[in-house]
Ligand binder design. Structure first.
Ligand SMILES: [Zn+2]
Length: 673
């Protein structure tokens, strides 16, 4: 027998089987029982929450004739055995028409549909039209459809399903009964997975199913696809470790270790950690995601939120203990830093460097216990209390970085930094001041620079810190920077970058390690994914490279504007519109609400790209706002089981589709839109 994917195999065939949507299924059952079925339903909710499944069950309920063919009325409990039930389950019942608006949303498609409506059902009692991704119907198609919805013929039921209710005209939504499908909680999805595993005869740790559930991010369908991947790897005694291995999530131990390093401000330790994460072949984005999940749990606990209401919260003793080591504000800040890094990782293929810098910034959270307790110079070294076992590698930085870290020292220059004959590579785009600031132990500047990202009710302060057009302005020799008291430590931060270390050299000290990271591209083992398809618009690539320049230019006009731009990233170009994606709602809303600001930014972008004014317009979007629409994932039955690389969503693709319309034609995602 042909292999049937878990998702299809365990697709609910009855209202009772649908998990987590009782508010929908109960209402539908009651309507069927009472003979009060509406002519229009609108099912909305994120993908994988059983919207089309419920639509089909309703179609069966309306058309079931019972195993003996004797039923004359719709039934809330379709038998699943009669001809109509089986045909509907197999999607070949003549009176149940499914249409995917993403691919058939044109007005002609709808006209065909509308034309067929006037004919009575051929085999069943009711004609049922299931229109998936209804928000993707074209404007004309919606108009044509609306007329039918206004005066529906007898015995016709429309069921519209959408992941984006707000994109449907109110005229359509108001003519339907609207049901919101809920995302699955981790507990609900875990339970469902446990049932499936039981029926499959596979034993698994509870933590293993919880991990899968967490990775599914609210989608029942995804959870089964992910489980399928895990089962392809191992079909007995599935452990949490197996799941981490297959899904690329991060082991508990690694997370606990990472948080321990942060609590101990162990800067040297994080380099070691980053190395082992990269060596294990994990995607750093997955690592960052897992870490932010852990920090979120800690934040939850540290503010004393009620545990009972937290879905999937890990409140084990370890997490509780570690949560107590951080102030809530620091955890919040840490989550922001990670969020920044996740965004940057899309455009920056130097993932190892990015990971190292991110962890360093996390280590330097201002009031982590060790940082508060220790002297400025000592803050960069592992705190003896929190890290009793001082690693050999951790001892070196104290000595070698100490002179650099004296805030009042008149910018001492490390001896080996003075090699003028060494080539001085241009700073990588990622080498921003705030990114490197963490190594400046004790400098009064670094915390200001970090705060600078918190943006930004005092833009003047930021301007004072970053004068002029470019970050290069505060490279060695810049008198303005040197004049600002404690800032004198800055030049020595940059000087090591002209020191070219030997390959395979053991890291000796923190600055040296930093130098390695800055001047050498990471080894090819780093798993990289192109942030953009290979045929991305050339101007988009140019713009991404020049984005810092855009930020700088904006800064000369409006410091707060620059802060908003810094939060944004150009992610797509279609025709003459550049799509900017924001991660912070504040920045997004400020930019959206300021026509003047957008105009200024457009001018700067065109100027930076050396194009005529008005060549490109911009469109702002908020990251994750459209994460649900991945343009009609194909039926799992028609595709091979998902491979690991496909498992994460592509927010970039989602954004592009959301803004420009269209759909993914090619599974590879490289040329389909
Ligand atoms: Zn039946």
């Amino acid at each position: 027998m042909a292999y049937v994917s878990l998702y299809r195999k365990y697709r609910p065939q009855n209202f009772e089987d649908v998990v987590g949507q009782a508010h929908v299924t109960t209402t539908l059952k009651n309507a069927v029982s009472a003979g009060r079925v509406a002519s229009g339903y609108l099912f909305c909710g994120t993908r994988g929450t059983a919207k089309t499944t419920c639509a089909r069950i309703l179609a069966k309920a309306l058309n079931c004739i019972g195993p003996d063919g004797a039923n004359t009325l719709p039934t809330p409990e379709p038998c699943g055995q009669c001809g109509p039930c089986r045909s509907i389950a197999a999607s070949n019942f003549v009176d149940v028409l499914e249409m995917d608006a993403a691919s058939h949303g044109k007005v002609d498609d709808v006209r065909d549909l509308v034309a067929s409506i006037k004919f009575p059902p051929m085999e069943g009692r009711y004609k049922v039209y299931i229109i998936d991704e209804a928000h993707q119907l074209s404007r004309d198609a919606m108009d044509a459809f609306l007329k039918t919805l206004e005066e529906p013929p007898d015995r016709v039921v429309f069921i519209l399903a959408t992941t984006e209710l707000e994109k449907l005209p109110i005229t359509i939504a108001s003519r339907c009964q609207v049901f919101e499908f809920k995302r699955g909680t981790i507990a609900q999805i875990s339970q469902r997975l446990s049932q499936v595993l039981q029926e499959e005869g596979v034993a698994a740790e509870p933590q293993a199913t919880a991990l899968v559930a967490r990775a599914a991010d609210g989608s029942y369908r995804d959870s089964l696809s992910l489980l399928e991947q895990v089962l392809a790897y191992k079909r007995e005694n599935v452990t949490a470790h197996d799941v981490s291995l297959v899904l690329g999530t991060v082991d508990e131990d690694v997370l606990a270790h990472t948080v321990g390093l942060l609590a101990a401000s162990d800067a040297a330790g994080v380099f070691e950690l980053a190395g082992s994460v990269v060596a294990s072949g994990k995607d750093i984005r997955q690592f960052l995601k897992s870490l932010s999940g852990r920090l979120r749990d800690m934040l939850y606990l540290s503010v004393g939120a009620p545990v009972a209401t937290a879905d999937g919260l890990d409140d084990s003793a370890t997490v509780r203990k570690q949560a107590a080591q951080f102030a809530p504000a620091d955890l919040l800040r840490a989550l922001e830093i990670i969020s920044d890094a996740e965004r940057e990782s899309r455009f920056n293929n130097q993932h190892r460097l990015l990971l190292e810098m991110t962890l360093l910034r996390l280590v330097r959270l201002p009031s982590s216990p060790a940082a508060v307790a220790a002297e400025p110079v000592a803050r960069i070294a592992p705190a003896p209390v929190a890290a009793p076992a001082v690693k050999p590698i951790a001892a070196a930085p104290i000595a070698t970085t100490a002179p650099v870290a004296q805030p009042i020292a008149p910018a001492p220059t490390p001896p080996r930094a003075a090699a003028p004959e060494a080539p001085s590579p241009a700073p990588q785009p990622v080498l921003t001041v705030e990114a490197v600031a963490p190594v400046l132990a004790g400098s009064p500047l670094d915390s200001d620079l970090l705060a600078d990202e918190l943006v930004d009710d005092e833009p003047e302060e930021m301007d004072a810190l970053l004068p002029g057009d470019d970050i290069v302005d505060i490279l060695p020799g810049d008198e303005q920077a040197a004049d600002e008291g404690g800032d004198s430590a800055l030049p020595s931060l940059f000087t090591p970058s002209i020191d070219i270390p030997e390959e395979d050299e053991e890291p000796e000290d923190l600055l040296h390690v930093q130098t390695v990271a800055v001047t050498e591209p990471p080894p090819p083992v780093v798993p990289t994914r192109p942030a953009l398809p290979p045929d991305a618009h050339p101007d988009l690539l140019r713009l991404q490279k020049a984005w810092q320049e855009v930020i700088n230019r904006m800064g000369t006009r409006s410091p707060s504007g620059a802060a908003h731009v810094r939060d944004a990233s150009p992610i797509a170009i279609r025709e003459k519109t550049i799509l900017l994606q924001f991660t912070g709602r504040f920045h997004y809303e400020r930019m959206e609400s300021s026509e003047k600001g957008r105009k200024a930014l457009e001018d700067i972008i065109n100027k930076t790209l050396a194009l005529e004014p008005g060549t490109y317009k911009i469109k702002c979007t908020m990251q994750g706002e459209n994460a649900g629409i991945r343009a009609t994932p194909p039926e799992p039955s028609k595709q091979a089981p998902r491979v690991i690389e496909e498992a994460p969503e592509s927010p970039l693709m989602d954004e592009v589709i959301a803004v420009f319309g269209g759909r993914v034609l090619d599974e590879e995602g490289s040329k389909g839109y």
